[in-house]
Design a binder for this molecule. Structure first.
Ligand code: DGJ
Length: 740
């Protein structure tokens, strides 16, 4: 029974495999938080853990009780202005200018399964027994408004999903000025905050800082995306927690737009985590009978360090967030023409690449940007989704058929949310872009953001895409998005709803994804945003894979993929072998190292394969065979980070992926620079069965799992055929198989 309720004390105990989350209804009928952490045995009451203390210089709720001050009580979904001075979970502006509300516990419901969220992506169940949901009903009679807090316990995954819904049952207009998805008050602030921050070309670097008094936060204000600056995720870990042991609490928001994750450390060292839509530049008008649904946040606690937390996110997101037939299917090895041709191609060139790719064993050809309108550079034609006849005189359908005839699947690039000023669409509908009256809209990559808060704009793009998808045999879509929002406004919305544009836009994007994935269930979607600026759980719901970064240099990718793996499974990370010198950083790395990095993701190539030497072709054929042989392991295995590029001098990174039955594994160790007269090195593995005997390809003899996980592989003693151990940009891959 994962959710207990004690009617007498009005306590809730949410319990998953290894976690307990406990809260109660307070004397004033609001909710008080009691405990979140490692699973504790259920008992009738935990009220003895509830802390209340008289502090000096506070305000109190009751006139005759000088202890009941919300500022010193841990809370579950706090408001501001009624004795709590910390930042709240929500705030509502009333018609009379007051921001004071009083939502009190009215009742609750516990049921098996999980309901869908209105218009938003979320985790789901396939069978009701997979999860139990608690709905708490809070009510403010003065304004006749309700908040429903939803908690879903995924018992086996060891995760709790939360969201909040605001409903205006009354007559007056309410304005939500802050509507976070969740708030958690921790007992203390002895934590380090881990977050994933960066920029284009270096997305999701792992950053760690000690919590200190005041507010520390990460956010997006970019409108169209969660952004490359920060990922909608933080973890709080206890000092001393590493990849393999220690307590860590993860918070991951299933959302693709403006978000905020903040930790406020108060004067009593309580750490309050708030996570949800960014309240900056956000108001939402709730007219009578209207409701507002917040995005979902997924809480994961692990006592098994950062890897333990990541593995929960990986399995939950891979199997119960991503949806559709491609969720479980092995993904094809693809070739993308972007870095091979950029905008300069014609049908002949594309077919030439496709033919060469087929010979190498590649399964899917993806035609990237430049196939439509007058698009010969990034200045024109977004929005005009009709084929460019001077490049592809026979059209997309014919090209797709020819590629299918070669024995390859065909995939196509779109950037549905954008329009170029030089386009027929813009000429016809200049007011369809995000803009405000009488101000010049700023450009970004010479393009403008279509106003997806408007139904007719989403409909138009839907029909334009369907026109192509209906005729051509298309198996894959790369859905790109290459600019952030500026001058945010919609020509359709009234003045008092202009603050809603950014969120309504994201809802429009989700609507289009929902329609296209429903109508074309066989198409594999890959999301992309100028590289990895929209690598978030919201996108993952519709598109089971995301382009991780435009930076494809193998050494750079170590950091990017390592950071991304904190939350996202290998099955979600697009990873391609590209040409050298690398187009982003100019570095030359071996074809082996480039593949050894890309295997740990959704493997593909993005270079002109017609220009390869015979020797390179031979190597690539072998790489593709190796990936196909181990594809299910890479895409579905349990991933452990072993050595971090963000620790020590960052010179060595290593990781391993292990099959569910622990009989197969692939580990890889990467070294940035060679060192003279180097120290001894070993690679200590994880996740194996201690008593299994493993054979490592290329190494005579065998090893027991416990030896590999304690003594490790002594790298100086194993010479793998043809592999440099101490050079620059080197890597050694180890394929392990259980010897029966
Ligand atoms: C940005 C993407 O990240 C690239 O892979 C490529 O598709 C370009 N856009 C095309 O314009």
């Amino acid at each position: 029974m994962p959710i207990f309720f004690n009617q007498k004390t009005r306590e809730f105990h949410l319990q998953a495999k290894n976690v307990s989350y406990i809260f109660t209804v307070l004397e004033n009928n609001q909710l008080g938080h009691i405990y979140y952490g490692r699973k504790i045995t259920h008992r009738d009451s935990f009220l003895h853990l509830y802390t209340i203390q008289k502090k000096t210089y506070t305000a109190t709720v009751f006139d005759d009780d000088l202890t009941f001050c919300l500022d010193t009580i841990k809370q579950e979904f706090p408001s501001y202005g009624t004795t709590d001075f910390r930042e709240p979970a929500y705030q509502i502006l009333l018609e009379n200018g007051s921001r004071i509300t009083q939502f009190e516990y009215k009742g609750h419901r516990i049921y098996q399964g999980k309901l869908k969220l209105d218009g938003l992506p979320a985790t789901y169940v396939e069978q009701e027994k997979e999860a139990t949901t608690l709905e708490i009903y809070l009510f403010d009679p003065l304004i006749d408004a309700e908040i429903i807090l939803q908690y879903t316990v995924f018992e086996q995954f060891n995760a709790i999903a939360r969201n909040a819904k605001f409903i205006n049952h009354g007559k007056e207009n309410l304005i939500l000025t802050r509507a976070m998805s969740a708030s958690v008050d921790f007992f203390d602030a002895e934590f380090e905050m881990v977050h994933l921050s960066g920029s284009w070309g270096r997305e999701r670097y792992v950053r760690t800082r000690k919590l200190s008094p005041g507010i520390q936060s990460i956010s997006s204000t970019r409108g169209t995306a969660s952004g490359a600056g920060h990922n909608p995720f933080i973890a709080l870990k206890r000092p001393g927690t590493n990849e393999h042991q220690g307590d860590v609490f993860g918070f991951s928001l299933v959302y693709s737009g403006n978000f905020l994750v903040q930790v406020e450390v108060d004067p009593y060292d309580v750490a309050r985590v708030s996570i949800g839509i960014n309240p900056f530049d956000f108001h939402w008008l709730l007219e009578s009978k209207q409701s507002f649904q917040t995005p979902e946040v997924v809480l994961v606690y692990s006592s098994q360090g950062m890897n333990g937390m990541s593995q929960v996110y990986h399995s939950l997101y891979r199997t119960r967030l991503a949806k559709g037939i491609w969720r479980d299917k092995e993904r094809p090895v693809l070739i993308n023409n972007w870095e091979a041709t950029y905008f300069k191609f014609n049908e002949e060139k594309i077919l030439e690449i496709a033919r060469a790719a087929k010979e190498l064993g590649i399964e899917l050809f993806v035609l990237d940007d430049g196939w439509f309108g007058q698009r010969t550079n990034a200045k024109t034609s977004l929005g005009d989704w009709v084929v460019n006849k001077s490049k592809l005189p026979n059209g997309i359908t014919e090209l797709a058929k020819k590629i299918r005839d070669l024995g390859l699947y065909f995939g196509l690039w779109f950037e549905p949310e954008m329009v170029s000023k030089i386009s027929d669409l813009y000429k016809k509908h200049p007011d369809w872009i995000i803009h405000v009256p009488n101000r010049k809209p700023s450009q970004g990559r010479n393009q403008y953001v279509l106003d997806f808060s408007r139904q007719e704009v989403v409909d138009y793009i839907y029909h334009a895409m369907v026109k192509i998808l209906d005729k051509a045999p298309i198996s894959y879509i790369k859905w790109d998005m290459n600019r952030y929002m500026t001058e945010i406004g919609s020509a359709r919305l009234p003045a008092n709803r202009q603050f809603e544009v950014a969120h309504r836009y994201i809802l429009g994007v989700y609507k289009l994804y929902e329609r296209l994935t429903a109508e074309f269930p066989d198409i594999l979607f890959e999301s992309c945003a100028g590289g990895g600026a929209r690598f978030d759980p919201g996108m993952l719901h519709y598109a089971p894979q995301t382009w991780t970064s435009d930076d494809t240099d193998a050494m750079e990718r170590l950091k990017i993929q390592y950071g991304t793996s904190l939350v996202y499974p290998l099955s979600s990370m697009g990873a391609h072998v590209t040409a050298v010198p690398n187009h982003q950083v100019g570095r030359i790395t071996s074809i082996e190292t480039r593949a050894n990095v890309a295997y740990f993701g959704i493997f593909g190539y993005e270079l002109d394969v017609t220009k390869l030497s015979v020797e390179e072709k031979d190597k690539i054929k072998k790489q593709i065979t190796f990936y196909k042989q181990n594809r299910s392991l890479f895409q579905k295995g349990t991933f452990y980070r072993l050595q971090s590029p963000f620790e020590k001098d960052g010179n060595v990174t290593s990781w391993i992926v292990v099959s569910e039955d622990q009989k197969e594994a692939v580990a890889c160790r990467y070294q940035v620079l060679g060192k003279p007269n180097a120290r001894y090195e070993r690679l200590v593995l994880k996740g194996l069965r201690p008593d299994y005997k493993y054979k490592i390809e290329g190494i005579p003899s065998f090893f027991y799992g416990d030896e590999l996980m304690n003594a490790g592989i002594y790298l100086d003693n194993v010479v793998l055929a043809g592999k440099l151990q101490y050079g620059d940009f080197t890597s050694q891959i180890f394929k392990l198989s259980n010897l029966a």
